[in-house]
Ligand binder design. Structure first.
Ligand code: AMP
Length: 422
């Protein structure tokens, strides 16, 4: 890794105005037309930083969080490069099926007029569908590592024409244990290729992949490394395990818009959904034990507004681009600071603002110092506005029991804005 270019040098004037324009890039007319149709007026900073170098064929590492516009930062130069070619020239690896589908959607949208054919190969769907996609002469393949390896091993796919490889959310790949699979896939690819990596953090194992497989990559960072979504307002409530569900119900009553709730375990997601559903319409669940069709339905319903509340494990934490999530709630505190960054990155995307609330029990307080070091600011704990006896108040699948004399939802002030003063 040799050069480091700060995004402010690349894309912003001293007044902070972005100077680059899409029309300044050597993009074909059909691509400019689709960029306009997508409603993008100017390149976002990560795009202004990456696109010129990516078009020159350089290897890049984009240290960017989700929500910064990083997908288009790699999709646009790839479309320009592979449009009107017959072979499969680009491969994008993503950690989750949902992210793969989202990335494919962006290639389809921005590559429509340029004749881009994108195939998506992910686990959890019948393999026959992949065969159909793979024989449709795609010029971009978007895949999760496990399913792609299945196809490599059974000889269904050849990666010999790949000119551009994207490893998206490399830190997430690391957390999910996919790095050996990435190494395996890298062995199938031509050595002469361009590699673009996107990651919010740089764990040591990822750095090794970079050193072994990338050619003097340019490192482009947008904002502070691992900074949480800057516009999200963060509040942390000091709470007890048994008060979490009443506190959540109280927050949900106060939020009109979309809410994403993170729970540590799959079982916990199911259990919490059973407690919330009787009181709130439109509750969806997302975790990896659900069938792919159910996961797709939950996500599509949340995106389209059929569900207002999505309760999920970290499978939903990274990369998903859902507009206008008003409130992200860490029902269980994330155990790694990186997960915190990714979870709260679900709100305040691009030009929105949002609220991120975390419930912190006594046992979970031990995760705070590392997180404060990462974000570089103290994260003060506020007493929970909903307190009650600390005996368990929600039986599994049951309704919260109230203490005698306590009114339903013992919120004494607005919990949604209690810490923020809003
Ligand atoms: P991503 O970080 O790739 O998940 O992108 C987040 C969101 O930004 C997506 O909804 C994109 O459609 C949107 N987006 C990407 N580029 C631009 C742009 N230049 N102007 C406005 N929105 C954009």
């Amino acid at each position: 890794m040799q050069e480091t270019v700060s995004v402010s040098e690349v894309s912003e004037t001293s007044e902070g105005e972005v100077t680059a324009r899409f029309a300044d890039y050597p993009f074909r007319g059909s691509l400019l037309k689709d960029i306009q149709a997508a409603g993008y007026e100017t390149p976002l900073p990560i795009q202004a930083a990456c696109i010129p170098h990516a078009l020159e064929g350089k290897d890049l590492i984009g240290l960017a969080q989700t929500g910064t516009g990083k997908t288009a930062a790699f999709a646009l130069p790839i479309i320009e490069r592979v449009a009107a070619t017959a072979e499969m020239g680009a491969l994008v690896l993503t950690p989750t099926r949902e992210l793969a589908q989202q990335v494919s959607g962006m290639f389809a949208e921005l590559g429509r007029s340029s004749g881009i054919r994108v195939a998506t190969v992910v686990g959890g769907i019948p393999i026959e569908k992949d065969w159909k996609a793979l024989v449709s002469w795609p010029n971009v393949l978007v895949a999760t590592p496990g399913r792609l390896i299945d196809h490599i091993q059974s000889g269904n796919v050849s990666l010999k024409d790949i000119k551009v490889l994207v490893i998206d959310e490399a830190d997430r790949m690391h957390d999910m244990g996919f790095l050996p699979q990435i190494e395996r896939i890298l062995r199938e690819l031509p050595r002469e290729r361009q590699t673009l990596m996107f990651t919010a953090t740089m764990p040591q194992d990822v750095e090794q992949i970079v050193q072994r497989n990338m050619r003097s990559p340019l490192i482009l960072s947008v904002g502070r490394r691992s900074a949480p979504a800057e516009r999200a307002q963060q509040q942390l409530f000091d709470t007890h395990e048994s008060d979490k569900t009443p506190l959540l119900l109280s927050l949900l009553r106060e939020t009109q818009g979309r809410v994403l709730v993170f729970v540590r375990t799959k079982l916990g997601v199911d259990r919490l959904a059973r407690a919330v559903s009787p009181r709130h319409r439109g509750v969806a669940r997302l975790h990896s034990n659900r069938a792919q069709a159910e996961r797709d339905e939950a996500l599509a319903g949340f995106r389209e507004g059929r569900y207002r509340i999505l309760i999920a494990t970290d499978v939903a934490a990274r990369g998903l681009d859902i507009a206008d999530i008003e409130h992200v709630i860490n029902y269980d505190f994330p155990q790694s600071p990186d997960d915190y960054v990714h979870r709260i990155g679900r709100t305040a995307r691009v030009d929105a603002t949002g609220l991120a609330t975390s419930f912190v029990t006594r046992a979970e307080r031990r995760f705070l110092p590392a997180l404060e070091r990462l974000v570089g600011t103290p994260l003060p704990l506020t007493p929970s506005p909903v307190t009650g006896g600390h005996s368990p108040r929600v039986a599994e699948g049951g309704r919260p029991s109230r203490r005698r004399g306590q009114r339903r939802g013992s919120s004494r002030r607005s919990p949604a804005r209690a810490a923020s003063g809003r």
